[in-house]
Write a protein that binds this ligand. Structure first.
Ligand SMILES: Nc1ncnc2c1ncn2[C@@H]1O[C@H](COP(=O)(O)OP(=O)(O)OP(=O)(O)O)[C@@H](O)[C@H]1O
Ligand SMILES: [Mg+2]
Length: 242
């Protein structure tokens, strides 16, 4: 199955073991250009869903297409090209500790065979977008958590991905810093990248009022177009409980 949507899941189940599946019969369609929060309690299946989307995990059952690739039939040789269409950000930043800010980002370009001047231009551009041009020679241990996450985002966008996946990107940050990171993800989305953010962070979800997909025990239980962290009917929006 391939689809014109950025992400399409039909009847997707992921079972790690004989226990209850981590994702159960999930149907989900995300169009190009959307910004979507994935919320739900711990163990609900948020990270499992995100891993499926970059083929860090395979479905046990069901159909999945991402960025025009059918992930059930994609050839192994095509997986690296597919992954280049995706930028990924995690809670713990995942920067290489012995490389500078600049080198961490340039490293992500290496696989693409970018030349020197192209690398210089693209790294600089990514640093400008995330507001981190002032410390290119710092090591990750010499900058704050919020700054490290900005660098991780710069690394994720340097290949100009179609899709950005962020798993708890603000999980280790204070509220103000978190808000800055989410504004940055919003800015990246406004420039055309589809963005998915898995989060427990109710204030940031509520501040953006974007699409919210809620997962509980592996099932998608809610999908609100302009949603809040907890289900509430927004002021001015007509009733109709679901
Ligand atoms: N690699 C794995 N092997 C076995 N079980 C796993 C694995 N990864 C996750 N699980 C289980 O699958 C379920 C969903 O986990 P997942 O990490 O997707 O949840 P989550 O919503 O991201 O939780 P959190 O908010 O704590 O990050 C949990 O029951 C978890 O224990
Ligand atoms: Mg998780």
């Amino acid at each position: 199955m391939t689809s014109g949507a950025m992400i399409e899941l039909k009847g997707v189940t992921v079972s790690y073991s004989a226990d209850a599946p981590a994702l159960k019969n999930a149907d989900l369609c995300i169009e190009r250009g959307e910004f979507v929060f994935i919320v739900g309690p711990t163990g609900a299946g948020k990270s499992t869903l995100l891993r499926l989307l970059y083929r860090g995990e395979k479905v046990t059952e069901g159909a999945i297409s991402v960025a025009g690739y059918d992930l059930n039939t994609i050839a192994n040789k095509d997986v690296p090209y597919f992954r280049r269409k995706i930028g990924i950000v995690f809670q713990d930043y995942g920067l290489l500790p012995n490389k500078t800010v600049w080198e961490n980002i340039a490293f992500a370009l290496r696989v693409t065979g970018a030349g020197r001047s192209e690398t210089r231009r693209k790294v600089q551009d990514a640093l400008e977008k995330v507001g981190m041009t002032h410390r290119p020679d710092a090591l990750p241990g010499e900058i704050s958590g919020g700054e490290q996450q900005r660098v991780a985002i710069a690394r994720a966008i340097v290949n100009e991905p179609d899709l950005m996946l962020a798993d708890e990107p603000t999980g280790n940050l204070d509220p103000d810093t978190s808000m800055g990171i989410v504004q940055l993800l919003k800015f990246i989305n406004e420039r055309g990248t589809t963005v998915l953010v898995a989060t427990h962070d109710a204030p940031i979800v509520d501040s953006l009022q974007k699409r919210v997909v809620a997962i509980v025990d592996g099932s998608i239980v809610r999908d609100d177009e302009r949603g809040l962290y907890r289900h509430q009917i927004l002021a001015g929006k007509k009733g109709g409980a679901n």
